[in-house]
Design a protein around this ligand. Structure first.
Ligand SMILES: *Cc1c(COP(=O)(O)O)cnc(C)c1O
Length: 231
């Protein structure tokens, strides 16, 4: 028997409890099951347990899985990785939410491809709140300018912000990173303009919910350890 349905149930319970602790509506939080490097069979197990939102971070892997599972017509793919412009087409064809826009030029490419495919894509601006060199995400100080330019592009709808905190932080410090992303959202127009905050992973999604997360990206706590990269 697969452990995945039980894991999902357990995560859903923890999401509900974290939301109630924070005085929030549990229904305002979407669990994104991060299925990168996990098998089609495991994704189907999760789907059969009621899971609908899945996160992938390699463009071709997302495309291959979306094609293999195209009979599951209500599955929602979130792209949570970084990619070169020549891979954008794979994501545009299959994803419903692009979580990792971090520059105007990548947004422009998405917009162009989405227009060509006659689709409108939801997108999140990824912010490097920890200001780590080498990490993807725009700097917090650049977010306002990038956002106002993206808003002029057709076929791309900016829905909120996303962050991946520095890995070495303690839970209390990570929570401050989440709080900073929420504060940035408020400074950039608030919930009406930017309703979504994607933050929190297997080890810190409760802290993220306490700070306002609407999308939590949980991988290993659902599927177990990821198999090593095969390329
Ligand atoms: C892999 C990944 C996750 C999931 O991480 P877990 O620790 O397995 O829950 C979340 N967000 C991003 C951007 C990822 O790349």
């Amino acid at each position: 028997m697969s452990h995945i349905p039980n894991n999902i149930e357990h995560i859903r319970t923890r999401i509900r409890e974290a939301a109630l602790t924070a005085g929030r509506n549990p229904g305002d939080i979407t669990l994104v099951a991060v299925s990168k490097r996990q098998s089609i069979a495991d994704i189907e197990d999760a789907y059969n347990a009621g899971q609908r939102h899945f996160g992938e971070n390699y463009a071709q892997e997302l495309r291959d899985k979306a094609v293999a599972l195209s009979h599951l017509t209500d599955i929602q793919w979130h792209f949570i990785g970084n990619l070169q412009k020549n891979k954008v087409k794979y994501v545009v064809a299959n994803a419903s939410m692009m979580e990792c826009i971090d520059s105007f030029s990548i947004a422009e490419e998405f917009s162009k491809r989405a227009k060509g495919a006659n689709r409108t894509l939801d997108a999140l601006l990824q912010v490097n709140v920890g200001r780590e060199p080498q990490k993807s995400g725009c700097m917090p100080d650049d977010a306002a300018a990038i956002m106002s330019n993206i808003r002029l592009l057709p076929n791309i709808r900016l829905r909120g912000l996303m962050t991946v905190p520095p890995f070495h932080l303690e839970a209390a410090e990570t929570r401050l990173v989440f709080r900073e992303l929420a504060a940035l959202r408020d400074a950039l127009g608030g919930k009406d303009a930017l309703p979504e905050l994607s933050m929190g992973m297997s080890h810190d999604f409760e802290e993220a919910i306490w700070e306002g997360a609407t999308l939590v990206r949980v991988g290993t706590a659902i599927f177990g350890e990821r198999p090593p990269k095969s390329w």
